[in-house]
Design a protein around this ligand. Structure first.
Ligand code: HPA
Length: 235
C-alpha cells in the first residue's frame, strides 16, 4: 500500500491510463473495461482495474498539475511495478493551425517547473516521452487511420494569467499547446527507467477563444480513450 493509493500489491495492471479527472477514469472504466473493479478511492481519486480485449488495464486520475501527477505516477511506478503510464488529457492550442478535437501525441514536454531538477537533478526545461509507449501510439493511430499530431507541448503551472501572450519559453521550444502535467510524468519515468506517453485532445483554441462545451467534453474524449486502450493492448 502506498501513501496516496490504497490498492493492494497486484491490484494495479502494468499499463495505467491516466486522465486528470477521477470522474473521467470512472467513465472510461464503465464504457470500455470488462470485469472492472474499484481498487483505490483515497481522496475520492478512483482507480479501477479491468480488462480491455483481454489485456489487464488500470485507469486512475492524476489530478491537476505537476505536483499531483508527480505523486501518483511515482507511487504507481515504484510501489505497483507499473511499466507504462499513458496520460490522456486535454490541452489548449497556442495556434489556430490546430482544431478542436485534434489529437496530440507529445514528443517533448517543456516547462518552467523546477520539478525535474529538484526531484531528480534532471537539468533543463525539456523532457522527452520515455520508453516505447509513444511509438506504439504512433503506429496504432496509423493503423486505425486516426489523424494525430506529434508535437511538443508546454506543461505550465499556470492556468489563469495576466496576459494572453504565449510564454517565451513555449514559443522558443515550438510548443503547439499547453497543459499542466506531462513534464513531471516524463521526469519520473526518465528517472525510474519506465515508459510514459501523453495523448491530448485539443479542448480550447486559445487565440480564437473557441472551446469544447462542457456537455460535449465527455463524449469528445472517446476517440482518445479508444486509441489509448488499443495502445495498451500492444504494450
Ligand atoms: N491551459 C492549461 N491547461 C489546459 C488548458 C489551458 O488553456 N486547456 C486544457 N488544459
Amino acid at each position: 500500500m502506498s501513501l496516496h493509493i490504497s490498492a493492494k500489491k497486484g491490484e494495479i495492471a502494468s499499463v495505467v491510463l491516466m486522465p486528470g479527472d477521477p470522474l473521467r477514469a470512472k467513465f472510461l472504466a464503465e464504457h470500455f473495461l470488462e470485469n472492472y473493479r474499484l481498487v483505490s478511492e483515497t481522496r475520492n481519486n478512483f482507480y479501477f482495474t479491468g480488462q480491455y480485449k483481454g489485456k489487464p488495464v488500470t485507469v486512475g486520475a492524476s489530478g491537476m498539475g505537476c505536483p499531483s501527477i508527480g505523486i501518483y505516477s511515482y507511487e504507481l511506478y515504484t510501489e505497483y511495478e507499473v511499466q507504462h503510464i499513458i496520460r490522456i488529457g486535454t490541452c489548449g492550442a497556442y495556434t489556430t493551425e490546430l482544431e478542436l478535437y485534434d489529437l496530440i501525441n507529445v514528443n517533448f514536454a517543456v516547462s518552467e517547473s523546477t520539478y525535474a531538477r529538484h526531484a531528480w537533478g534532471i537539468p533543463g526545461n525539456t523532457i522527452r516521452h520515455q520508453g516505447e509507449a509513444y511509438q506504439v501510439i504512433k503506429s496504432v493511430a496509423k493503423r486505425l487511420k486516426k489523424k494525430i499530431v506529434h508535437a511538443n507541448v508546454h506543461s505550465s503551472d499556470i492556468f489563469y494569467r495576466k496576459t494572453e501572450e504565449i510564454p517565451p519559453l513555449a514559443l522558443r521550444k515550438k510548443c503547439l499547446a499547453v497543459e499542466m502535467e506531462t513534464f513531471a510524468l516524463f521526469a519520473n519515468a526518465r528517472h525510474l527507467g519506465k515508459s510514459a506517453a501523453t495523448l491530448l485532445t485539443v479542448s480550447d483554441i486559445l487565440p480564437s477563444h473557441q472551446r469544447i462545451s462542457p456537455e460535449e467534453r465527455e463524449k469528445s474524449l472517446l476517440p482518445m480513450m479508444e486509441l489509448a486502450l488499443e495502445t495498451a493492448v500492444r504494450l
